[in-house]
Design a protein around this ligand. Structure first.
Ligand SMILES: C[S@@+](CC[C@H](N)C(=O)[O-])C[C@H]1O[C@@H](n2cnc3c(N)ncnc32)[C@H](O)[C@@H]1O
Length: 347
């Protein structure tokens, strides 16, 4: 029996429909941009307006984000949290007392697109690559028993043979310090690998856990090493892999490990290129420069995912929807497709 889909009104706002039209076309897909640029190219006034609107939009997203960071840091300092300026917030997470983490990705309004049951009581969930933990805490809020998996160290991130860890770390550091030095003068740079891991993946998750009074269980493992033996249970009802396979050089091995710990539904959420009817293929996006600091490698298309997942024993693989949101502080739109792969006869 399929559990009822998410009907919580807080989570039923379809963000794409709510986005102002100018924001959609400034940030939207190539088709949008092409049609608008064709129009704009005919008029100097429209061209000027387009440039103006784009600069207002990006600047206002960044400004709003910077103000949120300041407010949040002040709230945390008042609670006695030290070094809060160093924390990296991947997700927006609602905390008690009306406090909200200044995350780069805000799924609060669009989590309904992921097709998770509104009531997850009695459901075991494995959240793989949990980052700041928005999804783990959301599953818990819906009543699930949650295990959140994170890498044991940044040296475990997949690297191309010969790729330098130092270069990779500097790239992550740039991601952690998105505001330029003049806008965030107090922001420290030059983290050691251990500090970076702590402020990027461990401290934000643990702070949320503490303030939420969460009972989410934290485990450390690379996706490749997940197994029933390692996790101490035969299989989870729901396994969530949000934007993690893009970071794997061996996505089929990663999928195989995920399948091995999934007794029910495997949910994959990530950018999926092409159209659903394209023949199965994987897009390589790791670049061609030796030693390049890439952290994304492969993007399987929908047919590729469907065929691999069926081969791994999932009888039914369906795309349940798309998610779009605005990345902060950059202000560009990101988009993800959501696939549900189900074992035979499971919810
Ligand atoms: C882009 S974030 C996605 C966070 C979250 N799952 C979401 O959907 O919003 C990728 C996460 O996967 C983790 N990760 C990257 N490579 C991994 C691997 N080989 N095994 C386990 N986790 C990995 C990263 O540390 C990070 O927490």
């Amino acid at each position: 029996m399929m559990a009822p889909m998410d009907t919580d009104p807080r989570y039923s706002i379809p963000v794409p429909a709510k986005l102002p039209i100018w924001l959609r076309w400034m940030n939207g897909g190539p088709a949008w941009r092409r049609s608008v640029l064709r129009l704009a190219a005919r008029s100097r006034t429209l061209r000027r307006l387009a440039r103006h609107v784009q600069s207002i939009d990006t600047a206002s997203v960044a400004k709003h984000y910077a103000a949120e960071v300041d407010r949040f840091n002040a709230q945390m300092r008042s609670l006695g949290v030290r070094d809060i300026e160093r924390y990296y917030w991947y997700h927006v997470v609602d905390l008690p007392g009306g406090i909200t983490t200044p995350g780069m990705y805000d799924y609060r309004g669009t989590v309904g697109c992921f097709g998770f049951p509104a009531d997850m009581r009695g459901t075991s969930v494995l959240d793989v690559g949990s980052a700041t933990g928005f999804f783990a805490f959301e599953f818990e809020r819906r009543g699930a028993e949650v295990v959140a998996v994170e890498l044991p160290g940044l040296d475990q991130l997949d690297r191309f043979p010969g790729q330098d860890t130092g270069v990779l770390l500097r790239k992550i550091e740039r991601m952690m310090t998105p505001l330029p030095a003049d806008k965030a003068p107090g922001l420290p740079r030059g983290y050691s690998a251990e500090e970076m891991y702590y402020y990027l993946l461990e401290a934000p998750f643990q702070l949320c856990c503490r303030l939420l009074g969460s009972r989410v269980e934290r485990r450390f493992s690379s996706v490749y090493e997940l197994s029933p033996q390692r996790l101490g249970r035969a299989g989870f009802d729901v396994v969530f892999a949000g934007d993690i396979l893009v970071h794997t050089l061996r996505p089929f091995d990663a999928l195989t490990a995920l399948a091995g710990v999934c007794a029910g539904t495997l949910v994959i959420a990530q950018a999926i290129p092409g159209s659903p009817s394209d023949p199965p293929a994987m897009l390589y996006e790791g670049g061609e420069t030796p030693g390049d600091d890439c952290i994304s490698w492969w993007l399987p298309n929908e047919q590729c995912f469907k065929q691999l997942l069926r081969k791994l024993g999932f009888a039914e693989v369906v795309a349940v929807g798309n998610h779009e949101g605005i990345h902060r502080p950059a202000g560009n739109i990101f988009s993800r497709r959501i696939l549900h792969a189900k074992r035979v006869g499971t919810a």
